[in-house]
Ligand binder design. Structure first.
Ligand code: 5GP
Ligand code: 5GP
Length: 230
């Protein structure tokens, strides 16, 4: 009798489990990540003002915007799991690094919680088939450490001094130093000049390393763009 019960249990597990896994992974599947960093000077000098975070003026360096799951066809999933809200207590060991490397510039001034919560809920929840909430933020911080964009640019003589640089030289200097071709997003300063706003790099599905982008986002910069100070 015991053996019969045990085998019944085993059979039902074998039948149920695969369907559970299939359901959870297909709803959160994706092909790669965009790792997106923003230049604070270009967030702040537009027609919309910016606000420094409550921790003070961020460093004059690129800051993390987000780690975004994406599909190879250019589309992307968002807001994948409202049962997993942002939970600061699971990342308490990362807050010091996040305050430094992932500062918020939106108004009104905040600690960063609202920005991190938005990024987790919109994008992070779509990577749950691969990484949990702690790993999501840790992965972004590790990527920031490994990709010194400002170092790559300044090494090539491209400085945040309000001057114009060719888009090609910006792209090439990052490729030269980091090893992968970035995608550059521009916005416009108050006078309407096109400027270096965000840099996209692509990351494999597991979040462990950079890859060449399977597809680039849309949008256009001028051939010469400004690199404003901050
Ligand atoms: P925007 O329309 O300002 O370019 O983007 C607004 C927001 O949409 C971004 O901050 C990001 O959350 C999301 N988004 C825009 N483009 C992409 C993309 O190519 N991939 C992913 N995963 N998200 C994107
Ligand atoms: P996404 O564009 O990633 O969908 O959304 C960005 C959201 O985060 C916006 O609602 C924006 O107001 C908020 N946010 C807070 N701080 C920042 C920041 O420093 N940069 C950007 N791009 N968005 C921020």
């Amino acid at each position: 009798m015991k053996i019969l019960l045990a085998s019944l249990c085993l059979i039902s597990l074998l039948v149920i489990l695969p369907s559970v896994f299939a359901a959870s992974s297909s709803s959160e599947d994706f092909d790669f990540f965009y790792f997106v960093q923003q230049w604070p000077g270009s967030y702040c000098d537009t027609q919309k003002t910016c606000c420094y975070p409550t921790s003070g003026k961020p460093a004059a360096d690129f800051g993390i915007h987000g780690l975004w799951p994406n599909y190879k066809d250019g589309t992307y999933p968002s807001n994948c799991d409202d049962t997993k809200p942002f939970d600061k207590s699971t990342i308490s060991d990362l807050i010091t690094s996040m305050t430094k490397s992932w500062p918020t510039l939106a108004c009104p001034s905040g600690s960063g919680d609202a920005f991190w919560e938005h990024e987790w809920e919109k994008h992070g929840t779509c990577s749950e088939s691969v990484i949990d909430q702690h790993e999501y933020f840790q992965t972004a911080l590790d990527l920031k450490q490994k990709t010194d964009l400002l170092g790559a640019l300044t090494k090539a003589g491209i400085n945040p001094d309000g001057k114009s640089y060719s888009l090609e030289s910006i792209r090439d200097s990052i490729k030269e130093s980091i090893g992968f071709t970035p995608w550059i997003e521009c916005n416009r300063d108050e006078s309407g000049n096109s400027q270096l706003y965000q840099v996209y790099l692509c990351v494999d599905r597991s979040g462990s390393g950079l890859i060449e982008c399977p597809v680039f986002p849309h949008g256009k910069c001028g051939t010469e763009i400004e690199f404003p100070s901050f």
